[in-house]
Structure formats: structure tokens, C-alpha cells
Design a protein around this ligand. Structure first.
Ligand SMILES: [Zn+2]
Length: 411
């Protein structure tokens, strides 16, 4: 049973974060790339059909090098299990006891998996998934065949996820439709405390009263275009934030030719790119420092980017450019947060059904659906999310041929 974490003793020294072993061969990164999207993929031989594990350069049965990554059901049977009471690895030594088991997959290979507590003993049917560990690498986790309501509370599983339950969360802008939907979803998901940023504290905004009525919500003056304000806000709450969701966004239509001057483009960059940079410079170190606070440690940083970060959508051309810049910066942030085990989650929605996309025809993703996708990403522990039909379709086209997508979007 998961309990609310105890208050931290402020006199105690904070432990340095440790990470699980992170070295992988280049070919094994295929497993990690799929896990980052929440998929479990293994290599399958094109010549003999054999499914491979661990990842390798040539087929273990016929030595063919024609191996391709294919989605797996993860169904299998636990053959044997053990509980570690000792480990030479620092990360696991701090987390003992730890359960592991051998799982024979229905598709062939046998894998070593981390075991969910509700798996009793071998033999038992299980479902395995590839999940990212605190070092950002894929590991295999075995879950009970039937999902249960309290499944996410498992101590070992929470080492791989960033579940908002009992956590303290900063939503950087509560004024946007997405920000407001997100606060409601976080309350439903069991967040302990939510700071909701708003950039003009003297002004009420639509939805303000409703947010203020939620007992978990504390409103926080926060303007990501103001370095001094960001520094002051982080000085106040930085040492307590477990998860940050950056919803602050400036969005106007138009590309290059149909607007004079650079003021709008500069305002977009100032929030969407420099806003992220200012926040990362101030809050990043505070969260890195708290990566080792165990169950009450900092765990995740979520950026609401856009599918336009992958390929420019000329009717929203300067907005696309600001999101592409933010995407690149978010990759830098991910690398810098990794040593502390803090996961950077990037969301790439298609057009959101808000006031700035009024002129776009449907389909659009609703703010509520986007908010739920953020919660699910945290609960599943994934890194990159393309929520909604439009984002999924564009992602598929972009993976197939980035140039073709550029052409399609510009015609
Ligand atoms: Zn083969």
C-alpha cells in the first residue's frame, strides 16, 4: 500500500542521486527508443521469423542480419522468481529488497524482468512491458495479467513511473485552456499540491474562481518572460516541486509574409523558448538536487510542445519555429536532468481546440484529452507522446519520410 511520503527532515543531508547501470550497446538502444514511446518492441528475423532477446546484430538461429524491430504483446509466463537482499550496485542497494524473475514470452525468448508485487509466485501468467528506468534506459517489467485499481502504487513500479499521486506539482500557466484542464486532471489523479502559475496576478481570468475553489491549488504569480520573477518564484517553491508541467505558451497565427515586423515572433520565442530556458536555469538545479529524495523526490519535467516542432506548418509558421527551438532545448534539458533521474517528458499534440486554433478545421485535440495524455504519460513513465489522431498521423508520415511531410504541410 502506498502511503503519503513523510515530511522531509530539513536537517538531514540530501543523498546524492544514484542511477541504475546505463551502459547499452547501440543495437540495444532500439528497445529504449520504443520504450520512450510506451511500446515493447523486440527484433524479429526476416528470414526465419525468430524473435530475439537480448537485442543483437545477427539472428541467434540462422545468423541472418535482417532483423527488424516489431511490436510485441508482452504475454508470457513467469518461470522462476527471486528476491534480492543484497546488491553490489548502489542504486539497487538503496532500494532492497528487490524482486526479479524469469519470464518465458509466448513469442519465444526468455527475459529477466523486474516483478510487480501483485505477481505472487511462479508459474503465473504475466504481461511484460519495456519501461524506462531512472537512467533513461529500457528495462523489462513484468505486470500481473489482469490490471487492478491499485496497481500503480507498487513500490518497484514507481521507480519506473512518475505517477502524480501524492506529488507536488507546478503548472506554469493556469490561464491557458490546457493549463486549466491539466489542473483538474492532476487533482483527479491524486496530486497532493498544485501550484498554478499566472502571469498577471492583479487580473482575474476565466476559470480563476473555479481553480481557486480546489483545495489542492495554490495560485502563484509566475511570468516566464520575467527572469527576476522566475527566480523569486523558484526561491519560494523550487525545493518542493516533484513534477513541473510547462503549459505557458504564446500562440498567434500567420507565417512570414502576412505580418510585418518581428514583435509577435519575438513574443512567441520569449514565452515558448526563452521562458523554458529561464525556468530550466532556475528550477533545473533545484530539481536535480532533489532527484534522490526517494518517494518524495523530484521525478519529472513535462513540456507541452507541438507536432509543428517536427515540421513547420506555414499558416502558424513563427509559432512552429518557436516550438522547434523549444524541442531542441528540451533535449538539452533531458540530458542535463538525466544524472539526477528526473525524466523530461515532451508532448507533441496536433492543433489544440483553443482560441488560437479557431480558424483551423477539425480534428483538433481537446484540452481535456491533452491533459489526460499528460497524466497517462506520467503514470506510464514514457518520454515522448504524440497525443490525438492528428499528431499520430503526422508522426507516422514524418517517420516514413520527413521531406514528404514538409511538402504536404506547405501545400
Ligand atoms: Zn533467423
Amino acid at each position: 500500500m502506498l502511503e503519503r511520503p513523510k515530511r522531509k527532515n530539513p536537517v538531514l543531508r540530501t543523498r546524492l542521486p544514484t542511477l541504475p547501470p546505463a551502459a547499452r550497446s547501440r543495437v540495444a538502444l532500439g528497445l529504449t527508443a520504443a520504450a520512450a514511446l510506451g511500446r515493447f518492441e523486440l527484433q524479429q528475423c526476416r528470414d526465419c521469423g525468430d524473435v530475439q532477446y537480448p537485442p543483437r546484430e545477427a539472428c541467434q538461429s540462422c545468423l541472418s542480419t535482417k532483423l527488424r524491430w516489431k511490436n510485441q504483446s508482452g504475454k508470457g509466463e513467469l518461470l522462476a522468481e527471486t528476491t534480492l537482499h543484497h546488491s553490489n550496485d548502489l542504486f539497487f542497494r538503496e532500494r532492497l529488497p528487490w524482486r526479479l524473475g524469469y519470464v518465458k514470452l509466448d513469442s519465444g525468448p526468455t527475459v529477466v524482468a523486474h516483478l510487480h508485487a501483485s505477481i505472487k509466485q511462479a508459474p503465473e501468467k504475466v504481461i511484460v512491458r519495456a519501461m524506462l528506468d531512472r537512467a533513461g534506459q529500457a528495462v523489462i517489467v513484468a505486470l500481473p495479467e489482469k490490471e487492478n485499481a491499485s496497481m500503480a502504487n507498487d513500490r518497484q513500479l514507481r521507480e519506473f513511473t512518475c505517477d502524480p499521486k501524492f506529488r507536488k506539482i507546478l503548472v506554469t500557466d493556469g490561464k491557458t485552456a490546457t493549463g486549466q484542464a491539466l489542473v483538474k486532471s492532476l487533482v483527479k489523479a491524486g496530486a497532493d499540491l498544485i501550484w498554478v502559475g499566472h502571469s498577471e496576478p492583479w487580473k482575474k481570468f476565466p476559470g480563476f474562481d473555479e481553480l481557486q475553489r480546489l483545495s489542492q491549488v495554490t495560485l502563484l504569480p509566475l511570468d516566464l518572460t520575467d527572469s527576476k520573477n522566475v527566480r523569486e518564484a523558484v526561491a519560494e517553491i523550487g525545493g518542493k516541486v516533484d513534477i513541473v508541467v510547462n503549459t505557458a505558451e504564446y500562440h498567434r497565427g500567420f507565417g512570414i509574409g502576412n505580418r510585418a515586423g518581428v514583435e509577435t515572433a519575438r513574443a512567441e520565442m520569449d514565452v515558448n523558448y526563452f521562458g523554458l530556458l529561464r525556468l530550466a536555469q532556475e528550477l533545473g538545479p533545484a530539481m536535480r538536487f532533489r532527484g534522490a529524495d526517494g518517494q518524495s523526490g523530484a521525478v519529472a519535467w513535462v513540456n507541452i510542445l507541438s507536432i509543428y516542432a517536427l515540421a513547420n506548418f506555414p499558416p502558424h509558421g513563427t509559432f512552429s519555429a518557436s516550438k522547434a527551438a523549444a524541442h531542441s532545448l528540451a533535449q538539452c534539458l533531458r540530458a542535463e536532468m538525466r544524472p539526477a533521474g528526473v525524466r523530461v517528458v515532451n508532448m507533441f499534440p496536433g492543433p489544440v481546440d483553443d482560441e488560437w486554433n479557431q480558424l483551423l478545421p477539425p480534428p483538433k485535440i481537446t484540452p481535456a484529452a491533452l491533459a489526460n495524455a499528460v497524466i497517462k504519460a506520467l503514470q506510464d513513465g514514457v518520454e515522448d507522446v504524440y497525443p490525438g489522431d492528428v499528431a499520430q498521423e503526422w508522426l507516422a508520415r514524418w517517420r516514413d519520410n520527413p521531406k514528404a511531410l514538409e511538402k504536404e504541410l506547405s501545400s
